[in-house]
Ligand binder design. Structure first.
Ligand code: ADP
Ligand code: MG
Length: 593
């Protein structure tokens, strides 16, 4: 029998432990996520091994995780039937840090001084987080590669010991982590607390998680049961004369599986009902503000392996249009069914799409990848590209299949799409096709898409006409509109402040350029020779008036021309083609520019 040996923690481990204990006490319940995640990894490993070596499973064939608390000993124990650790592995894995990005993380933490919970939370603190809640931890572990079961023990002060387990091989295979809880961490002895943590962090773990817990059961005393089950009439009469059957409640303790549902995104979309999608939306967003407008459930395959469900929420978050930063908590990232973080929205969606809520479950990312390396991970970039494309597909589908829902979508997110058309070079055409505007044909609702508009263009029409204003009324009173509308041309109504910006960034669509009817001399189409001659005549006739106006108003105007665009108004003041429109001037003035 080998003797117990004492080892000193690697300096980096000691540093990490100090940081964890000092800065994460408010989020200390993450220890359970870390332990379950490690157990799940260990189970993944043995399951993988058994693919090529079926005998490896025989040492313990039930793949699961079980959790139990002992209030008398004040311990919480997490047991898994995973791959386990040899003596050497216990020493290496739980005494050193092999994790990439650790030193980077350490120097950042030392710099920041503050309790930078977000930093450490993203980093994935791993096993050492047990010392948030425990002052003494024992890890018993049995690997197929070691004839003996060993126990690792530490009280987080500089060193740990490893010895052969005096109880012998109790595990068959796997690991058992026992936390001797700190006095102020006794809440984790309460099964209902542990259960809600499991639900929070690990509902979607691939292996069953069992919790030892009690529940009240109503027991009807044996006597009355016999009487009730007896058909004999006489006996029943006797029964009715007796007192009521005795009801007792008894606390029954048993293993109960906490994570019962297979993660919804791993299931086939055709087996999932609308209600299930809606319920899942509400659960994972913890929201109660109605049903999502639409969703898309898909699988990325080939160069990047992941699954995702993304939702269009019933309405944008209150500060979506105010804040310039990408929304947070909108995307939940899982790696191989293990919840990693929900602070990655900006990594997956450009700002203008960050109103979407999504879960992403990636196969090709390492668990506990640090925040810094996560952002640089090329897998993440590839996933992001797919998500954006899928989001645009989802919008296009909705536009095609459900007019009512699409107009609801546009009413909430139309402005976000316009931002998209401005910001995204690569998706501008697609995003532009999704935009909807009011127009001289439907001033009430934003339903006119650029494709519809172009389909309806008159044969001689070269440009997409638009008019800007603060309100529909203002636009409709504009003298510039009359002639075009009278001649049967459609004019888009731009009433969103962002529309002018959109025009500056989107010179055309599908080969047609936009033409602001309030600017310069708009060209409707090619003039016939006859029209040209007529115009020439008019110019001759009004030359004297033109000259008089020009000299009288020289302080205020650039030039006076004979216009083709007015129908009933005698005269209009316009801005030059390359100048600011009146509307834009108002906008800039409002912003103090
Ligand atoms: P990470 O999980 O990122 O590797 P941890 O600090 O959580 O970092 O765990 C360190 C290592 O300890 C793991 O990589 C694994 O090799 C080992 N380990 C931890 N828990 C278990 C377990 N339950 N079964 C087997 N090995 C484990
Ligand atoms: Mg881990």
């Amino acid at each position: 029998r080998e003797t117990e040996e004492k080892y000193v923690f690697e300096t980096e481990v000691s540093k990490i432990m100090k940081i964890i204990i000092n800065s994460l006490y408010k989020n200390r319940d993450i220890f359970l996520r870390e332990l379950i995640s490690n157990a799940s990894d260990a189970l993944d490993k043995i399951r993988f091994m058994s693919l090529t070596d079926s005998a490896s499973m025989s040492t313990n064939s039930n793949l699961n995780i079980s959790i139990t608390a002992d209030p008398v000993a004040r311990t919480l124990t997490i047991t898994d039937s995973g791959v386990g650790m040899t003596r050497q592995q216990l020493k290496d894995n739980l005494g050193t840090i092999a994790k990439s990005g650790t030193s980077e993380f350490l120097s950042k933490m030392e710099e920041s001084k503050k309790d930078d919970v977000s930093l450490i939370g993203q980093f994935g603190v791993g096993f050492y987080s047990v010392f948030l809640v425990a002052d003494r931890v024992t890890v018993a572990s049995k690997s197929n590669d070691d004839p003996a079961q060993h126990v690792w023990v530490s009280d987080a002060v500089n060193d740990f010991t490893i010895a052969e387990d005096p109880r012998g091989n109790t595990l068959g295979r796997g690991s058992q982590i026992t936390l001797h809880l700190k006095e102020d961490a006794v809440e984790f002895l309460e099964p209902s607390n542990v259960e809600s943590l499991i639900s929070k962090y690990s509902e979607f773990i691939n292996f069953p998680i069992f919790l030892w817990k009690g529940h009240n059961e109503t027991i009807i005393s044996e006597k009355s049961e016999t009487l009730e089950s007896n058909d004999d009439v006489e006996e029943e009469e006797i029964d009715s004369e007796k007192t009521e059957p005795e009801e007792l409640t008894e606390e029954v303790w048993e293993w109960s599986q906490i994570n019962t549902q297979k993660p919804i995104w791993t299931r086939s979309p055709k087996d999932i009902t609308e209600e299930e999608y809606v319920e899942f939306y509400k659960t994972f967003t913890k929201s109660n503000d109605g049903d999502p407008i639409a969703w898309s459930h898909f699988k990325g395959e080939g160069d990047v392996d992941f699954r995702s469900i993304m939702y269009i929420p019933p309405r944008p978050d209150a500060n979506f249009y105010q804040s310039l930063a990408s929304a947070t908590n909108n995307v939940k990232l899982f790696i191989k069914r293990v919840f990693i973080t929900d602070d990655v929205a900006g990594d997956f969606f450009p700002r203008w799409l960050s109103f979407l809520k999504a879960i992403v479950d990636a196969e090709d990312l390492p668990l506990n990848v640090s925040r810094e390396t996560l952002q640089q991970h090329k897998t993440l970039k590839m996933i992001s590209k797919r998500l954006v494309k899928k989001a645009l597909d989802m919008f296009a589908q909705l536009a095609k299949n459900d007019e009512k829902k699409y107009s609801e979508f546009i009413s909430h997110y139309g402005v976000a799409l316009k931002y998209g058309a401005i910001e995204s070079q690569s998706h501008r055409k697609k995003v532009a096709s999704l935009l909807r505007f009011r127009s001289s044909q439907n001033a009430q609702d934003a339903v006119v898409g650029l494709d519809h508009y172009i389909e309806r263009m008159k044969p001689d029409q070269k440009h997409i006409f638009y008019a800007s204003g603060m309100t529909i009324e203002e636009i409709e009173q504009s003298p510039f509109l009359e002639r075009l509308v009278a001649d049967g041309y459609e004019v888009l109504y731009f009433v969103d402040p962002i529309d002018e910006m959109l025009m500056q960034n989107m010179p055309g669509y599908d080969g047609k350029s936009f033409s602001n009817i309030a600017k310069g001399d708009i060209k409707i189409g090619d003039d016939s020779d006859e029209a040209k001659a007529e115009h020439k005549e008019l110019e001759e006739t009004f030359k004297p008036l033109q000259n008089w106006l020009k000299s009288t108003l020289s302080e205020y105007i650039d030039k006076v021309t004979i216009s083709k665009r007015l129908a009933t108004s005698p005269m209009a003041i316009v801005t030059p083609e390359f100048g600011l429109t009146g509307h834009m001037e108002k906008l800039l003035a409002a912003q103090g520019m």
